[in-house]
Design a protein around this ligand. Structure first.
Ligand code: ATP
Ligand code: MG
Length: 561
């Protein structure tokens, strides 16, 4: 696990070194990269690593980065995903300008290139079904066997491929394959499938096509058509690179991109595959793709993670060829670092217990002053009303407190942040013995929380809210979605490792009145509790907050135990 801090003048990663060489040698005059999502799900934090790399290179080198949808699989794709992906890339702070492309825009050209290969004797129509093709492929120890249809004439192949395109055959009845080498050491070069039949509606081309190119036969050619210089992808494509190059070598493409692989981002305590994320959504384990517990960009945005923190995190993780898993605590720390600088401070009580200040005048209200953000003096001060009726956090009071408990207990004094020192004199309980109210007195000589002239000391400071002025709110206290570091490891389903306490719903939180004005999406600090963002479920008369991240990493402590 790598959790070294970001170093400003860090050595360039190996991809940027390659780019430097290519520019210095004159191989390229500038950089053109691309981010190529398949629109079959929402983007996740792993995609952010690829986005930051590709768009980051464009920014640093004054090049451009294309957003290209790899939409060659009509049955799983949808415009809902196209729209969400665009929104997420923009939110992360990147701009593709005019460079929005779809692999489906190249279907005609890719088809012509398939015809070109047939004419060169380098592709053939195979009547075997998927099962037969798989069996004939051999394995790492044994070569494959040639298809009985491998030696069809060019004319027959051209005719059959045309008829495949015209819709004469059903799904799976025929495929077009490259004619490379069934004994090749790299399995990807054992006559890979180029086109398959799928009578399916495509989200952009409609019913114009019933044959679709395979990913491998579309990707490199799309790169070449867009004059991509460096085609950056994750390590699982390493063994596809010889095929990527074979197509570029055997087709009259207009440019020669270079594929370079890097290791994908993995995080503990989460799953990242789109198939599993889709399962979480479809089986209602979460409220949707943008559930704040999801590792999707839309989920973490809703939770309150700032885009800047995600970019910082991706920089810290860096680009290498080493496979590994990063600690999610690293991401949470990046979030804390940004929010500590930017989030305004307020007081909120999530589990209220009533406090009555018995020696405070019944009708009096004082406007106490508190800093909006101690990390940003320009943010100025806010006013917080103080009166006889207050709320404090239930866990900030203990009747029989041990010596080290520096919060409120009977006959003990504590500082109420930016207000006064209060002493608890009496505890009122209901029939069941639960504490319902604390009767306290305040010391007028401690206004603003200052030390009194007699030199008395207190150790603790607690937060509070005026009961008369409080704004009611719902607070969704989120924790990690999985309680196991490696949810996909071990026996059984990853669903068995879901954290049953990943959502704690607080329906009756009491907020400082200033919080009534905080808008949807804004993230603030509730003093002593953590960072919280206003959820879009907020209505005119009910505020809803999501806990973004607690102030400290409580999991680090748990793990030590
Ligand atoms: P998933 O495994 O989640 O389904 P995918 O690779 O199928 O992801 P694509 O839409 O094809 O999803 O990915 C678009 C780009 O994002 C690809 O270039 C892919 O390499 C990259 N990418 C996907 N997941 C990660 C990851 N975890 N870390 C870094 N890059 C990733
Ligand atoms: Mg993919």
């Amino acid at each position: 696990m790598s959790d070294e801090p970001a170093v400003e003048n860090a050595r360039k990663d190996f991809i940027r070194e390659i780019i430097d060489e290519d520019l210095a040698s004159g191989k390229h005059e500038g950089t053109v990269t691309r981010f190529p999502p398949e629109p079959n799900g929402y983007l996740h934090i792993g995609h952010a690593k690829s986005i930051c790399l590709n768009f980051g290179i464009a920014q640093e080198y004054g090049g451009r980065c294309h957003l290209r949808f790899d939409d060659t699989n009509p049955t799983k794709e949808d415009t809902e995903y196209v729209d969400s992906i665009k929104e997420d890339v923009r939110w992360l702070g990147f701009d593709w300008g005019d460079n929005l492309y779809f692999a489906s825009d190249y279907f005609e050209q890719i088809y012509e290139w398939a015809v070109h290969l047939i004419k060169e004797g380098k592709a053939y129509v195979d009547d075997q079904n998927a099962e037969q093709i798989r069996e004939a492929r051999g394995n790492l120890q044994e070569p494959g066997t040639d298809s009985p249809f491998r030696d069809r004439s060019v004319e027959e192949n051209l005719d059959l491929f045309q008829r495949m395109k015209d819709g004469e055959f059903g799904d799976g009845e025929k495929v077009l394959r490259a004619r490379i080498d069934m004994a090749h050491a790299n399995m990807n070069l054992r006559d890979p499938v180029l086109y398959r039949i799928a009578h399916a509606h495509h989200h952009r081309t409609g019913d114009a096509w019933c044959i679709y190119p395979m990913y491998d036969f579309a990707h490199g050619q799309s790169d070449a058509l867009e004059h991509i210089t460096h085609s950056l992808c994750t390590l699982e494509f390493e063994h596809h690179r010889p095929l990527y190059d074979w197509f570029l070598d055997n087709l009259p493409v207009p440019s020669r991109p270079r594929q370079i692989e890097f290791s994908r981002l993995n995080l503990n305590y989460t799953v990242m595959s789109k198939r599993k994320l889709l399962q979480l959504v479809q089986e209602n384990h979460v409220s949707g793709w943008d559930d704040p517990r999801m590792p999707t960009i839309s989920g973490i945005r809703r939770r309150g993670y700032p885009a800047e923190a995600i970019r910082d995190f991706c920089k810290t993780v860096g680009i290498t060829k080493f496979k590994g898993t990063n600690d999610i605590g690293l991401l949470e720390n990046a979030v804390r670092q940004v929010l500590n600088k930017t989030a305004n401070r307020y007081m909120a009580v999530l589990d209220p217990i009533k406090v009555t200040v018995t020696n405070y005048p019944e009708d009096q209200v004082e406007e106490m002053e508190a800093m909006i953000n101690p990390e940003d003096p320009d943010a100025g001060m806010r006013k917080v009303p103080f009166c006889r009726d207050l709320y404090i956090e239930r866990e900030d009071f203990m009747e029989d407190a041990p010596k080290k408990f520096f919060r409120l207990s009977v006959d003990k004094e504590v500082r109420f942040r930016c207000a006064y020192w209060l002493k608890c004199n009496e505890v009122i309980k209901d029939e069941s013995g639960e504490v319902v109210e604390l009767l306290c007195t305040y010391d007028p000589e401690t206004r603003g929380g200052e030390n009194p002239p007699d030199g008395r000391k207190v150790k603790g400071t607690i937060h509070w809210v005026s009961a008369r002025h409080a704004v009611d709110a719902e607070v969704r206290v989120y924790d990690r979605l999985f309680s196991d570091e490696d949810p996909e490891g071990g026996e059984g389903s990853f669903l068995d490792n879901m954290n049953p306490d990943s959502l704690h719903l607080v329906e009756n939180a009491k907020l400082e009145p200033c919080l009534a004005d905080v808008g949807v999406g804004e993230c603030v600090q509730f003093e002593r509790l953590g960072y919280f963002a206003v959820d879009p479920d907020t209505t005119a008369d009910r505020k809803v907050f999501n806990r973004t991240v607690p102030l400290r990493d409580s999991w680090a402590k748990k793990q030590k135990k």
